[in-house]
Design a protein around this ligand. Sequence first.
Ligand code: SF4
Ligand code: SF4
Length: 434
Amino acid sequence: MATVLERDTVQGGQPSIPATEPHPKPERLPLGPIKTVHVFWLAGMSCDGCTVAVAGATNPGIEGLLLGIVPTMPQVILHHTVLSVEAGEAFIQPFKDAWEGRLQDPYVIVAEGSIADERIAARTGGYFSAMGTEVLSEGGQSCPVPSAEWISRLAPGAAATIAIGTCATWGGVPSAAGNPTGAMSLMDFLGKDYRSAFGLPVINIPGCAPQGDNFTETVFAILLFLQGLGPLPAFDELGRPAWLFTETVHRGCNRAGYYEEGVFAKNYGDPECLIELGCWGPVVNCNIVKRGAMNHMGGCMEAGGVCIACTMPGFPDKFSPFYKEPPGGMISTAMSRGTGAVIRRARRLSNRHANSEVRWDKLNAVPSGWANVKGASPTLKMMEFFYKKWQFWGAKAPGRPKGTEDRFWGVDRPGTSADYLDDSSAREDARDGR
Ligand code: SF4
Ligand code: SF4
């Protein structure tokens, strides 16, 4: 486990706060203010989808951080296997500097992809995932350095260690049943006792691919904390940003109203709730439907797809076979079908009532040139009468109390524009304000 660094130790070894009384001994203090922070992006068993998702983040985007133009934020120097322009030794050197403590600025590591058990590959003299090469013994051959080795080297000194995407957070697809690599998550690899140099356990931002803004927003919040300008953001018991992953997909789903009324899609492309096509949304923590996949657009149900629970630690094994109705869904849909059948009909009546002006109710006619809209039937009128009584029980209904004198022409005399124009005395009254 890494030791907790103190403010004066980290800032280039120049003590800025004497560690003597009366100053209290600083513990796990934010770094701030810092001008530059290095981000080492380490790819394990990944498809680079997380990188694509983050590159597409807009709120906030990564460009401002990389350019150092976001007020109060340090400039981020990104060392990324795909996005960096350096190659070869020039690319690897900062990783070595960070490992050997020669970097002048603090650093954060971001792990994308799960971490393979390299001991398995080593048995046959190979490796699963690596970055750069090193000569391990004098006169020896140059060998690839496994990603797992880089994580072991850099994690203890990192200001924060972030796992992005479901492969890095929970193992994901590479760790599915039957995999030959022994792939695991960053938390599994570093263990329960791991803490970053500033006392933080692994921060997890899941999703396959994750919502890009979820990542950038969390990084901004952590940087504010490291700057000493904000509190430590709230994380849940699994290290997920609590404000992003507390709610289920279902609670924010644009199809949840259909579920409640017991109406379900039979085919892809239908607008109703997708649970019978295999949606796991009611039990999955994810905000993509509320936030959109990118730039507030898209998201699984928005685009017509079911939730396969890609943000969850149990993904994929606990949610397969995909596209088959979950057993729990069969019970809850049967119940909502029963209650929904009643609620749906009652709402249809209320909706019809809401679609009529008060004036039309009085005239019992709708002056629409688009269709012949019938007035309410006597039964419906009676229901509306009692509904209104109940609605305003103990409250004041709109308008003047009965018996109060009319002060404006036409309030209780619904008519058409023709009536109005024919009624010249009323017109003059209105013009003269009488
Ligand atoms: S589509 Fe899925 S998340 Fe949306 S309402 Fe249906 S079950 Fe819930
Ligand atoms: S809604 Fe489900 S499948 Fe879609 S991103 Fe969220 S967890 Fe993954």
